[in-house]
Design a protein around this ligand. Sequence first.
Ligand code: CP
Length: 310
Amino acid sequence: MSLSVKHLLGIKELQQQDIETIFKTADNFKQVLQRPIKKVPALRDTTIANIFFENSTRTRTSFELAEKRLGADVVNFSASASSVSKGETLIDTVNNILAMKVDMVVMRHAASGAPWFLAQHIDASIINAGDGVNEHPTQGLLDAFSMREKFGDLSGKTVAIVGDIMHSRVAMSNIYCLQKLGAKVIVSGPPTLIPKHIESMGVSVEYSVKKALQQCDIANILRIQLERQQKPLFSSLREYALFYGVNKQMLDSLNKEILILHPGPINRGVEIDSDVADGKHSVILDQVENGVAIRMAVVYLLSGNREMPE
Ligand code: CP
Protein backbone atom coordinates (compact mmCIF):
# COMPACT_ATOMS: atom_id res chain seq x y z
CA MET A 1 0.00 0.00 0.00
CA SER A 2 2.05 2.93 -1.25
CA LEU A 3 1.86 5.69 -3.84
CA SER A 4 4.21 6.31 -6.78
CA VAL A 5 4.62 9.95 -5.70
CA LYS A 6 6.18 11.71 -2.68
CA HIS A 7 3.78 14.67 -2.91
CA LEU A 8 0.15 14.97 -4.01
CA LEU A 9 0.51 17.96 -6.32
CA GLY A 10 -2.05 17.00 -8.96
CA ILE A 11 -3.99 14.02 -10.29
CA LYS A 12 -2.22 14.49 -13.63
CA GLU A 13 0.91 12.97 -12.04
CA LEU A 14 -0.88 9.97 -10.46
CA GLN A 15 -1.07 6.47 -11.92
CA GLN A 16 -4.45 4.72 -12.08
CA GLN A 17 -3.05 2.30 -9.46
CA ASP A 18 -2.39 5.26 -7.09
CA ILE A 19 -6.05 6.29 -7.37
CA GLU A 20 -7.21 2.69 -6.70
CA THR A 21 -4.87 2.52 -3.66
CA ILE A 22 -6.23 5.81 -2.29
CA PHE A 23 -9.83 4.58 -2.78
CA LYS A 24 -9.13 1.22 -1.11
CA THR A 25 -7.50 2.96 1.85
CA ALA A 26 -10.38 5.47 2.03
CA ASP A 27 -12.86 2.53 2.09
CA ASN A 28 -11.12 1.31 5.26
CA PHE A 29 -11.04 4.75 6.84
CA LYS A 30 -14.71 5.29 6.00
CA GLN A 31 -15.46 2.23 8.15
CA VAL A 32 -13.36 3.72 10.97
CA LEU A 33 -15.44 6.91 10.69
CA GLN A 34 -18.67 4.93 11.29
CA ARG A 35 -17.39 3.68 14.69
CA PRO A 36 -18.23 5.38 18.02
CA ILE A 37 -14.51 6.19 18.39
CA LYS A 38 -13.55 7.64 15.01
CA LYS A 39 -9.80 7.65 15.55
CA VAL A 40 -6.79 5.48 14.76
CA PRO A 41 -3.36 6.32 16.17
CA ALA A 42 -1.50 5.76 12.87
CA LEU A 43 0.14 9.22 12.70
CA ARG A 44 0.67 10.01 16.37
CA ASP A 45 4.36 10.88 15.72
CA THR A 46 3.55 13.14 12.76
CA THR A 47 3.05 16.92 12.71
CA ILE A 48 1.15 18.47 9.81
CA ALA A 49 0.81 22.17 8.89
CA ASN A 50 -2.29 23.31 6.99
CA ILE A 51 -1.19 26.48 5.20
CA PHE A 52 -4.07 28.31 3.53
CA PHE A 53 -3.36 31.44 1.47
CA GLU A 54 -6.98 31.42 0.19
CA ASN A 55 -10.33 31.04 1.96
CA SER A 56 -11.79 27.59 2.52
CA THR A 57 -14.61 25.99 4.49
CA ARG A 58 -14.75 22.34 3.39
CA THR A 59 -11.16 21.54 2.44
CA ARG A 60 -9.51 23.07 5.46
CA THR A 61 -11.96 21.59 8.00
CA SER A 62 -11.84 18.23 6.26
CA PHE A 63 -8.03 18.04 6.27
CA GLU A 64 -7.88 19.07 9.94
CA LEU A 65 -10.44 16.44 10.93
CA ALA A 66 -8.70 13.79 8.81
CA GLU A 67 -5.31 14.54 10.37
CA LYS A 68 -6.70 14.59 13.93
CA ARG A 69 -8.57 11.32 13.34
CA LEU A 70 -5.21 9.78 12.40
CA GLY A 71 -3.74 11.06 15.67
CA ALA A 72 -1.42 13.66 14.06
CA ASP A 73 -0.44 16.96 15.68
CA VAL A 74 -1.92 19.76 13.58
CA VAL A 75 -1.04 23.43 13.13
CA ASN A 76 -3.24 25.73 11.09
CA PHE A 77 -1.79 28.75 9.34
CA SER A 78 -3.84 31.44 7.69
CA ALA A 79 -1.99 33.90 5.42
CA SER A 80 -4.23 36.82 6.37
CA ALA A 81 -3.12 36.53 10.02
CA SER A 82 0.57 35.89 9.28
CA SER A 83 3.82 37.69 8.45
CA VAL A 84 3.09 37.15 4.73
CA SER A 85 1.36 40.54 4.95
CA LYS A 86 4.76 41.99 6.04
CA GLY A 87 6.40 40.74 2.84
CA GLU A 88 7.73 37.30 3.88
CA THR A 89 8.18 34.96 0.89
CA LEU A 90 6.43 31.62 0.42
CA ILE A 91 9.67 29.64 0.84
CA ASP A 92 10.73 31.58 3.96
CA THR A 93 7.25 31.17 5.43
CA VAL A 94 7.20 27.42 4.86
CA ASN A 95 10.85 26.89 5.93
CA ASN A 96 10.12 28.70 9.20
CA ILE A 97 7.16 26.40 9.83
CA LEU A 98 9.25 23.33 8.91
CA ALA A 99 12.01 24.46 11.32
CA MET A 100 9.49 23.75 14.08
CA LYS A 101 9.74 20.05 13.06
CA VAL A 102 6.70 19.80 10.82
CA ASP A 103 6.61 16.62 8.69
CA MET A 104 3.97 17.41 6.06
CA VAL A 105 2.44 20.53 4.50
CA VAL A 106 -1.10 20.90 3.13
CA MET A 107 -1.23 24.09 1.08
CA ARG A 108 -3.88 26.14 -0.74
CA HIS A 109 -2.60 29.06 -2.81
CA ALA A 110 -4.09 31.47 -5.35
CA ALA A 111 -1.12 31.02 -7.72
CA SER A 112 -1.28 28.04 -10.09
CA GLY A 113 1.88 25.97 -9.64
CA ALA A 114 2.72 27.22 -6.11
CA PRO A 115 2.88 23.66 -4.64
CA TRP A 116 5.22 22.52 -7.48
CA PHE A 117 7.50 25.48 -6.77
CA LEU A 118 7.51 24.63 -3.06
CA ALA A 119 8.22 20.95 -3.72
CA GLN A 120 11.49 21.93 -5.42
CA HIS A 121 12.68 23.80 -2.34
CA ILE A 122 11.63 21.77 0.71
CA ASP A 123 12.00 18.14 1.81
CA ALA A 124 8.60 17.59 3.50
CA SER A 125 5.71 16.00 1.60
CA ILE A 126 3.29 18.55 0.16
CA ILE A 127 -0.42 18.06 -0.48
CA ASN A 128 -2.03 20.54 -2.86
CA ALA A 129 -5.34 21.74 -1.37
CA GLY A 130 -6.09 23.82 -4.49
CA ASP A 131 -3.70 26.01 -6.54
CA GLY A 132 -5.18 28.82 -8.61
CA VAL A 133 -7.04 27.48 -11.62
CA ASN A 134 -4.77 24.44 -11.92
CA GLU A 135 -5.76 21.46 -9.72
CA HIS A 136 -7.58 20.50 -6.52
CA PRO A 137 -6.56 16.85 -6.35
CA THR A 138 -8.31 15.74 -3.15
CA GLN A 139 -11.58 17.25 -4.48
CA GLY A 140 -11.17 15.31 -7.74
CA LEU A 141 -10.52 12.14 -5.73
CA LEU A 142 -13.48 12.58 -3.38
CA ASP A 143 -15.79 13.39 -6.29
CA ALA A 144 -14.78 10.23 -8.16
CA PHE A 145 -14.93 8.21 -4.91
CA SER A 146 -18.53 9.45 -4.34
CA MET A 147 -19.48 8.48 -7.93
CA ARG A 148 -17.82 5.06 -7.49
CA GLU A 149 -19.84 4.53 -4.29
CA LYS A 150 -23.07 4.73 -6.34
CA PHE A 151 -21.96 3.12 -9.61
CA GLY A 152 -19.06 0.84 -8.68
CA ASP A 153 -16.67 0.81 -11.62
CA LEU A 154 -16.71 4.17 -13.46
CA SER A 155 -15.30 2.67 -16.64
CA GLY A 156 -17.72 3.42 -19.50
CA LYS A 157 -19.77 5.90 -17.47
CA THR A 158 -20.33 9.42 -18.82
CA VAL A 159 -19.82 12.41 -16.52
CA ALA A 160 -20.91 15.95 -17.45
CA ILE A 161 -18.99 18.76 -15.75
CA VAL A 162 -21.25 21.80 -15.98
CA GLY A 163 -20.49 25.48 -15.39
CA ASP A 164 -17.40 27.65 -15.10
CA ILE A 165 -14.81 25.25 -16.51
CA MET A 166 -12.38 28.06 -17.39
CA HIS A 167 -11.64 29.03 -13.78
CA SER A 168 -12.10 25.65 -12.13
CA ARG A 169 -9.26 23.63 -10.63
CA VAL A 170 -11.97 21.13 -9.61
CA ALA A 171 -12.85 20.60 -13.29
CA MET A 172 -9.19 19.89 -14.15
CA SER A 173 -8.73 17.36 -11.32
CA ASN A 174 -12.08 15.72 -12.18
CA ILE A 175 -11.09 15.36 -15.83
CA TYR A 176 -7.71 13.77 -15.02
CA CYS A 177 -9.18 11.47 -12.36
CA LEU A 178 -12.26 10.33 -14.29
CA GLN A 179 -10.30 9.66 -17.48
CA LYS A 180 -7.71 7.59 -15.58
CA LEU A 181 -10.66 5.54 -14.25
CA GLY A 182 -12.05 4.99 -17.76
CA ALA A 183 -15.00 7.41 -17.68
CA LYS A 184 -16.00 9.66 -20.58
CA VAL A 185 -16.15 13.39 -19.75
CA ILE A 186 -18.36 16.08 -21.32
CA VAL A 187 -17.88 19.72 -20.34
CA SER A 188 -20.81 22.13 -20.65
CA GLY A 189 -21.48 25.80 -20.00
CA PRO A 190 -21.34 29.18 -21.72
CA PRO A 191 -18.72 29.36 -24.52
CA THR A 192 -16.98 32.19 -22.64
CA LEU A 193 -16.42 29.89 -19.63
CA ILE A 194 -15.08 26.88 -21.57
CA PRO A 195 -11.35 27.03 -22.41
CA LYS A 196 -10.49 26.99 -26.12
CA HIS A 197 -8.85 23.70 -27.18
CA ILE A 198 -10.12 21.81 -24.09
CA GLU A 199 -10.95 18.96 -26.51
CA SER A 200 -7.18 18.33 -26.61
CA MET A 201 -7.63 16.88 -23.08
CA GLY A 202 -9.87 14.19 -24.59
CA VAL A 203 -13.18 15.66 -23.36
CA SER A 204 -16.25 16.52 -25.47
CA VAL A 205 -17.78 20.00 -25.40
CA GLU A 206 -21.57 20.49 -25.36
CA TYR A 207 -22.69 24.10 -24.95
CA SER A 208 -26.32 23.12 -24.30
CA VAL A 209 -26.56 21.98 -20.66
CA LYS A 210 -29.74 20.02 -21.42
CA LYS A 211 -28.04 18.10 -24.23
CA ALA A 212 -25.04 17.37 -21.98
CA LEU A 213 -27.37 16.04 -19.26
CA GLN A 214 -29.20 13.87 -21.83
CA GLN A 215 -25.91 12.09 -22.56
CA CYS A 216 -24.57 11.58 -19.02
CA ASP A 217 -24.98 9.27 -16.02
CA ILE A 218 -23.53 11.79 -13.56
CA ALA A 219 -23.42 15.61 -13.47
CA ASN A 220 -20.85 17.54 -11.43
CA ILE A 221 -22.12 21.13 -11.31
CA LEU A 222 -19.64 23.92 -10.67
CA ARG A 223 -19.94 27.39 -9.21
CA ILE A 224 -19.22 30.51 -11.27
CA GLN A 225 -15.98 31.91 -9.87
CA LEU A 226 -16.67 35.64 -10.16
CA GLU A 227 -13.62 36.36 -8.00
CA ARG A 228 -11.34 34.97 -10.74
CA GLN A 229 -12.97 36.87 -13.64
CA GLN A 230 -11.04 40.02 -14.64
CA LYS A 231 -13.98 41.20 -16.79
CA PRO A 232 -17.61 39.96 -17.06
CA LEU A 233 -17.92 36.78 -19.14
CA PHE A 234 -21.74 36.63 -19.21
CA SER A 235 -24.36 39.33 -18.91
CA SER A 236 -26.01 38.59 -15.56
CA LEU A 237 -26.47 35.88 -12.92
CA ARG A 238 -30.18 35.83 -13.85
CA GLU A 239 -29.37 35.08 -17.48
CA TYR A 240 -26.82 32.45 -16.40
CA ALA A 241 -29.44 30.72 -14.23
CA LEU A 242 -31.95 30.83 -17.09
CA PHE A 243 -29.70 29.28 -19.74
CA TYR A 244 -27.12 27.25 -17.79
CA GLY A 245 -28.60 26.63 -14.33
CA VAL A 246 -29.65 23.06 -13.50
CA ASN A 247 -33.23 22.95 -12.20
CA LYS A 248 -35.81 20.26 -11.45
CA GLN A 249 -37.91 21.03 -14.52
CA MET A 250 -34.90 20.42 -16.77
CA LEU A 251 -34.02 17.13 -15.01
CA ASP A 252 -37.65 15.91 -15.09
CA SER A 253 -37.82 16.56 -18.84
CA LEU A 254 -34.93 14.10 -19.42
CA ASN A 255 -36.93 11.03 -18.32
CA LYS A 256 -33.80 9.51 -16.76
CA GLU A 257 -32.05 9.66 -13.41
CA ILE A 258 -28.72 11.47 -13.07
CA LEU A 259 -26.48 11.47 -10.01
CA ILE A 260 -25.90 15.10 -8.97
CA LEU A 261 -22.66 16.38 -7.45
CA HIS A 262 -21.40 19.85 -6.56
CA PRO A 263 -18.03 20.49 -4.89
CA GLY A 264 -19.33 23.58 -3.05
CA PRO A 265 -19.65 26.34 -2.16
CA ILE A 266 -23.09 26.38 -3.85
CA ASN A 267 -24.70 29.47 -5.34
CA ARG A 268 -28.31 28.36 -4.95
CA GLY A 269 -30.59 29.59 -7.71
CA VAL A 270 -27.64 30.30 -10.02
CA GLU A 271 -25.84 27.14 -11.22
CA ILE A 272 -28.16 24.81 -9.30
CA ASP A 273 -31.64 25.13 -7.79
CA SER A 274 -32.30 24.09 -4.19
CA ASP A 275 -34.70 21.29 -5.16
CA VAL A 276 -31.87 19.71 -7.20
CA ALA A 277 -29.10 20.38 -4.65
CA ASP A 278 -31.24 18.93 -1.85
CA GLY A 279 -33.09 16.37 -4.03
CA LYS A 280 -33.00 12.58 -3.87
CA HIS A 281 -30.33 12.22 -6.58
CA SER A 282 -27.93 14.66 -4.94
CA VAL A 283 -24.84 13.31 -3.14
CA ILE A 284 -23.45 16.73 -2.22
CA LEU A 285 -23.23 16.01 1.51
CA ASP A 286 -21.89 12.49 0.81
CA GLN A 287 -19.05 14.25 -1.04
CA VAL A 288 -18.28 16.24 2.11
CA GLU A 289 -18.42 13.10 4.28
CA ASN A 290 -16.21 11.18 1.85
CA GLY A 291 -13.73 14.06 1.80
CA VAL A 292 -12.56 13.18 5.31
CA ALA A 293 -11.93 9.50 4.42
CA ILE A 294 -10.14 10.46 1.18
CA ARG A 295 -7.92 12.98 3.00
CA MET A 296 -7.16 10.46 5.76
CA ALA A 297 -6.08 8.05 3.01
CA VAL A 298 -3.88 10.59 1.21
CA VAL A 299 -2.20 11.85 4.39
CA TYR A 300 -1.68 8.31 5.67
CA LEU A 301 -0.22 6.98 2.40
CA LEU A 302 2.13 9.96 1.96
CA SER A 303 3.34 9.62 5.55
CA GLY A 304 5.15 6.44 4.54
CA ASN A 305 3.14 4.14 6.80
CA ARG A 306 2.72 0.73 5.25
CA GLU A 307 0.57 -1.17 7.75
CA MET A 308 -3.15 -0.44 7.63
CA PRO A 309 -4.28 0.29 11.22
CA GLU A 310 -7.03 -1.89 12.70
N1 CP B 1 -14.81 22.43 -2.47
C1 CP B 1 -13.97 23.32 -1.89
O1 CP B 1 -12.76 23.38 -2.19
O2 CP B 1 -14.54 24.09 -0.94
P1 CP B 1 -13.75 25.13 0.00
O3 CP B 1 -13.27 26.26 -0.88
O4 CP B 1 -14.75 25.58 1.03
O5 CP B 1 -12.58 24.41 0.61
